[in-house]
Design a protein around this ligand. Structure first.
Ligand SMILES: NC(=O)c1ccc[n+]([C@@H]2O[C@H](COP(=O)([O-])OP(=O)(O)OC[C@H]3O[C@@H](n4cnc5c(N)ncnc54)[C@H](O)[C@@H]3O)[C@@H](O)[C@H]2O)c1
Ligand SMILES: Nc1nc(=O)c(N)c(NC[C@H](O)[C@H](O)[C@H](O)COP(=O)(O)O)[nH]1
Length: 221
């Protein structure tokens, strides 16, 4: 499984304000770049925090010829994946509409009734982990479903866990010309933070886009 993390952050590393409201850090050129990464992926993953904050759709305009070319003949949208230990995804969330297959990764501890409500809403439920989603196990199950290339779009808790589990192969980050501030605002990598061993990043490319810059890294482990 090849895992690509992409996010947009302010110059001070924030993914959103401390109110966690949807904030356009990217401009149109960067959103086009996000769509290209989605198009190259078999699956697009977010954490349930992002679903609750932004209600994202995580799809592409698959009627667009350019998008179809980027999909290299794979029909339809990439699958959507939500990491959601306790099955908090609202059954009417936009990620559960019928425009793509949606996997919800839950932990064993997720209440049965909420799992059932999500399955009724069309979600494919994957159980991985006891109290919290075990991302490595979840990603293995997604590979069994034919997902070979996974894009992780955030937020900061999920991105940290993906690095912590050693799952990330590539990181691309758009740095917008904004300063958001706030000690409680989500950042590119939240979680508990690393203390001794830090992921090794190699800077591969820098590109000026919109009113900001895209940084692309290979993750060496
Ligand atoms: N600028 C961007 O590119 C961008 C992208 C995505 C989200 N965001 C912003 O990020 C914020 C949401 O981020 P967040 O960090 O609160 O939530 P998140 O999206 O990272 O989701 C975290 C939640 O996912 C669940 N989860 C299940 N298994 C997990 C695991 N193994 N590791 C970590 N989490 C796991 C937990 O319930 C956890 O609370 C929102 O404000 C959103 O607007 C910004
Ligand atoms: N790349 C990016 N730039 C931003 O400025 C921003 N605010 C997000 N935020 C991530 C957002 O929460 C979602 O993950 C999708 O970007 C929305 O997806 P849809 O358009 O609904 O498919 N992502």
């Amino acid at each position: 499984m090849h895992v690509v993390v992409n996010a947009a952050m302010s110059v001070d590393g924030k993914l959103a304000s401390h109110r966690r409201e949807q904030l356009a850090i990217s401009g149109p050129e960067d959103f086009d770049r996000v769509d290209r990464i989605r198009a190259a992926a078999d699956g697009v993953m977010v954490g349930v925090g992002t679903v609750l904050a932004d209600d994202p759709h995580l799809t592409l305009d698959v009627t667009d010829r350019r998008v179809q070319r980027q999909r290299h003949g794979r029909p339809g949208n990439p699958a959507r994946v939500v990491a959601d230990s306790t099955a908090r995804t609202p059954p009417d969330a936009r990620v559960l509409d019928d425009e793509a297959t949606t996997y919800v990764l839950v932990a064993d501890a997720a209440p049965e009734d909420r799992r059932a409500a999500l399955a009724d809403a069309g979600a494919e439920i994957i159980v991985a982990g006891d109290d919290r989603v075990d991302l490595a196990a979840g990603v293995d199950r997604l590979a069994d479903e034919g997902i070979e290339r996974l894009m992780i779009e955030g937020g900061g808790e999920l991105i940290f866990s993906a690095f912590d589990a050693g799952l990330v192969d590539e990181l691309s980050v758009f740095v917008g010309s904004q300063l958001i501030g706030g000690r409680d605002a989500p950042t590119l990598a939240d979680g508990d933070g690393f203390t001794e061993e830090f992921p090794a990043l190699t800077l591969d490319d820098i590109e000026r886009l919109d009113d900001g810059v895209v940084l692309e890294y290979t993750v060496e482990g």
